[in-house]
Design a protein around this ligand. Structure first.
Ligand SMILES: *[C@@H]1O[C@H](CO)[C@@H](O)[C@H](O)[C@H]1NC(C)=O
Ligand SMILES: *[C@@H]1O[C@H](CO)[C@@H](O)[C@H](O)[C@H]1NC(C)=O
Ligand SMILES: *[C@@H]1O[C@H](CO)[C@@H](O)[C@H](O)[C@H]1NC(C)=O
Ligand SMILES: *[C@@H]1O[C@H](CO)[C@@H](O)[C@H](O)[C@H]1NC(C)=O
Ligand SMILES: *[C@@H]1O[C@H](CO)[C@@H](O)[C@H](O)[C@H]1NC(C)=O
Ligand SMILES: CC(=O)N[C@H]1CO[C@H](CO)[C@@H](O)[C@@H]1O
Length: 759
């Protein structure tokens, strides 16, 4: 009522306040960092039904780590404990307790470690064939391993340990260190650091103590291990490390997958004695393609391997073994995260290919000609590695790195986010979900470092990737990073178990039933859901159209005369509230952050259910009259709307005109200002870089710069732009140059002048 009074008496003060408001809104929308895609649905924990919680210790950090899952239970390593939890209810079946001895804690504290660090964080667990558990922990910076038996004793379960041994090289000393281990065929394969300070990284087979070469940066160079897998006759390790092959062009971290043969016994008499003769690694290439690909170089985690396909497929035959991984950009560059998929066959292919090598210590790493590679190819696992010829062992010792990088399936990321607010930390994949549109989709669940889970698919049917972000769920409050995720499916139950350092929670895989109309149901583009029997349900039959997000068949269920009238009214009012964004698409300002706006506009076109502050109460109302809860939620919102309608109706036109004049003035000023800023800051050298068009999730090459110019420090050696050029200088260096002098000169040139590109 007050505003209406103001209209009549004081137009000036009203206009002034409008003016201020608009400037504020414009300024914030121009300056704020906008997400480049919007999920079809956004929700918070409080909205989720059927969730369960396990909190562990209340007072101290648990440092949860998912170690093993089987049937309906899982083993979670924690501070001085292993919890055996039900995956259905998250209640604790039993627990194993293992505290460090007081004297070990004292020793640890005397070495300047904190009370919290000087606990036993359990991080390795293998289930032996006789159901005994092999368990290792940091044990107050004095790693130890034990064998535990699990017994039923008067009413409760009990764990008893039968033996204890050193855990050096199996568990890290430091609970913060990123390490991984896999128990395969009765042997433990671990990737961690074998000393107090974390300076001696290794990959170890613990029964014969076969390890990687110590302090050899060619083998492992400041690695952060992420995951490990037992596949066939080999064990695979995923990690990131400082790239030795790039060192001439500046320090950079690359992502890798390495593999060793399970039956490796180390070399013969002298060379590679007690060391792997089958350790080879390759770079993982997760990048946005282009003349200067934009790399996401730092792997954070991987999913499990599964039979899948990065694109949707019409047949259950079109799948192969895959793994998905989450990558970040370096901390001191543009903040970005991406998800890439890798085919197992592509990984194997690269390991069967050429090696990278260095003619001498200061030269570039180049492809080793096949003629210089021993036969049979050293990649093959042999029955007795001690009998391998010495010259082959010499070659293996000097050439742990494969020449080619493993390309991502589809040659591009499946999901990208550039944001300072959050980055991806974890991923799990529900492989090949059969949707009601009769296609199969790999559904990705991506965890972030601010406690959210993003659910996404690639709806693309061919080689083009078309990302759909189905929903973004805030799972943990207070921004706890997600450290593990696991899909649990049993006896009709389906859920996603989400683990942070201090909490374990389960959420539904889908929330189809919350959509009340066919249109909403289809607009969600969720392969789990479809409109069947007059409701949105988890089903693979019924009405669904994932590529389009709307289905003509829905028409019969939604359109009613009365509703359309209200929808019309709503349409006329919402623009007066959000009118700033469509108007500031500012074509002259292509290079500045204004281009975000065009993107956003497109994304709203494509995804009908996006950025609607009020989820169209009008559509729902007639359909769920019986649902009291829903009406109470929607009621007040609906009323607000109608009030605004009457309030603005009288003077809408006049005000709209005034407002648009003011707006265009302000916008014009800001755009001009931005353009001038852009001109100043854009230097010539990244004019040809590539931008990602997130509205569609597809990749577009544009002859303009990435618009976040003020966040890029082109001088920084680690900024992605300069780095890409540096990579380029290495990769392009003459591969077949037979003159050693020639290649030495190129090396020099490339180190001296980083701006040169050899094209
Ligand atoms: C965990 O608890 C379940 C249910 O009681 C039990 O069947 C399973 O053997 C337990 N696992 C371990 C390793 O203790
Ligand atoms: C382990 O990985 C996390 C996430 O990638 C990182 O923030 C942390 O610094 C790493 N820890 C160490 C000791 O490098
Ligand atoms: C990585 O993949 C992209 C896209 O396929 C390609 O353009 C680029 O050359 C690759 N980089 C390396 C180092 O293989
Ligand atoms: C699907 O598989 C069939 C044979 O199984 C193959 O011919 C076809 O090319 C595959 N399609 C795709 C898109 O992978
Ligand atoms: C390795 O051993 C397996 C059985 O132990 C045998 O079948 C195979 O022929 C052996 N391979 C070689 C190259 O000796
Ligand atoms: C980049 C992009 O896809 N732009 C599209 C935005 O939407 C308009 C129509 O709404 C298309 O013409 C553009 O190609």
């Amino acid at each position: 009522m007050t505003p209406r009074f103001l209209y009549r008496t004081g137009h000036r003060s009203l206009m002034a306040s409008f003016f201020l408001l608009l400037i504020l809104q414009l300024a914030t929308s121009v300056l704020s960092w906008r997400p480049e895609w919007s999920p079809n649905d956004q929700l918070e924990l409080s909205e989720l039904d059927g969730r369960k919680l396990f909190v562990g210790e209340e007072v101290s950090s648990d440092n949860f780590k998912l170690l093993h899952t089987e049937d309906d239970w899982m083993l979670v390593g924690a501070r001085n404990k292993v919890h055996n939890l039900s995956m259905v209810t998250l209640h604790e079946f039993s627990r194993l307790e293992w505290e460090p001895r007081a004297i070990d804690i004292q020793m640890c504290i005397s070495k300047q470690k904190s009370q919290d660090e000087c606990q036993n964080y359990i991080n390795v667990l293998g289930k032996k064939s006789n159901n005994e558990l092999y368990v290792c922990g940091t044990n107050a910076f004095k790693p130890k391993c034990r064998v535990y038996k699990h017994q039923v004793r008067n009413k409760g379960m009990e764990y008893k340990h039968s033996s204890e041994e050193s855990g050096v090289g199996k568990s890290p000393y430091d609970p913060q260190l990123n390490s991984t281990a896999v128990y395969a065929d009765g042997k433990l394969y671990s990737a961690t650091a074998a000393d107090f300070s974390g300076k001696d990284p290794l990959i170890l087979e613990a029964s014969q103590m076969i390890r990687t070469e110590q302090h050899d940066s060619k083998w492992l160079n400041e690695p952060n291990f992420v995951n490990s897998f037992n596949i066939g006759d080999k064990v695979y390790f995923f990690f990131r490390e400082t790239a030795i092959e790039n060192i001439n062009c500046g320090k950079a971290v690359f992502s890798r997958v390495a593999r060793v043969c399970k039956q490796d016994m180390g070399g013969g008499k002298m060379i590679l004695k007690k060391l792997w003769t089958s350790f080879f690694k390759a770079r993982l290439n997760c990048s946005i393609p282009g003349d200067f690909p934009f790399y996401f170089d730092e792997i954070q985690s991987t999913s499990q391997f599964g039979e899948g396909n990065f694109m949707s497929t019409p047949s259950s035959a079109n799948r192969s073994s895959m793994v998905y991984a989450v990558f970040n950009t370096p901390e001191n560059s543009i903040a970005g995260s991406a998800v890439c998929a890798f085919r197992f066959s592509d990984i194997v292919d690269v390991f069967q290919g050429k090696f990278k090598g260095q003619k001498s210590a200061n030269e570039n790493w180049l492809s080793v000609p096949s003629l210089d590679t021993p036969t049979p190819h050293p990649e093959e696992c042999v029955n007795d590695s001690r009998k391998v010829h010495e010259s082959t062992l010499d070659f293996i010792k000097l050439h742990p790195l494969m020449d080619r990088a493993i390309g991502a399936a589809g040659n591009a990321p499946l999901l990208v986010r550039t944001s300072f607010r959050s980055q991806f930390t974890q991923i799990t994949v529900d492989y090949q979900i059969h949707a009601a549109d009769n296609r199969y989709y790999d559904v990705l669940f991506v965890g972030t470092n601010d406690g959210k889970v993003i659910k996404s698919i690639n709806k693309g049917r061919g080689s083009d990737i078309e990302t759909v972000v189905i929903e973004e769920t805030k799972v943990f409050h207070n921004k706890q990073p997600i450290v593990n995720m696991k899909i649990f499916r049993d006896k009709g139950l389906e859920k996603l178990i989400v683990i942070s350092k201090d909490n374990i929670l389960s959420i539904p895989l889908h929330r189809c039933h919350e959509k009340r109309s066919c249109a909403e149901c289809v607009a969600l583009q969720d392969p789990y859901c479809s409109w069947v029997d007059d409701q949105c349900a988890a089903s693979d039959r019924g009405i669904q159209n994932i590529p389009e997000g709307h289905a003509d068949a829905c028409g019969d269920f939604t359109t009613h005369g009365k509703m359309e009238v209200v929808t019309e009214k709503e349409r006329t009012t919402t623009p007066t509230i959000q009118q700033t964004s469509p108007k500031t698409t500012c074509p002259p300002c292509e290079r500045c952050s204004c281009s975000d706006k065009t993107l956003e506009k497109n994304s709203t076109n494509d995804l009908p259910n996006v950025i609607e502050p009020n989820p169209t109460p009008t559509e729902r109302k007639p359909e769920n009259e019986g649902n009291i809860n829903d009406n109470t939620i929607n009621g007040p919102r609906y009323q607000e709307f109608t009030e605004e309608i009457t309030l603005f109706e009288a003077q809408t036109l006049a005000i709209a005109i005034v407002v648009s004049i003011v707006l265009s003035t302000v916008a014009g000023f800001l755009i001009g200002y931005k353009v001038s800023m852009c001109r100043q800051e854009n230097t010539n050298n990244y004019r040809n870089s590539l931008t990602y068009d997130p509205s569609l999730g597809s990749l577009k090459r544009k002859q303009k710069t990435i618009d976040e110019d003020h966040y890029v420090n082109s001088d920084s050696p680690l900024s992605p732009f300069s780095k890409n050029q540096l990579n380029y200088c290495v990769n392009i260096a003459p591969k077949n140059s037979k003159l050693p002098n020639g290649s030495a000169e190129v090396t020099k040139a490339s180190t001296n002048n980083t701006n040169k590109t050899y094209v």
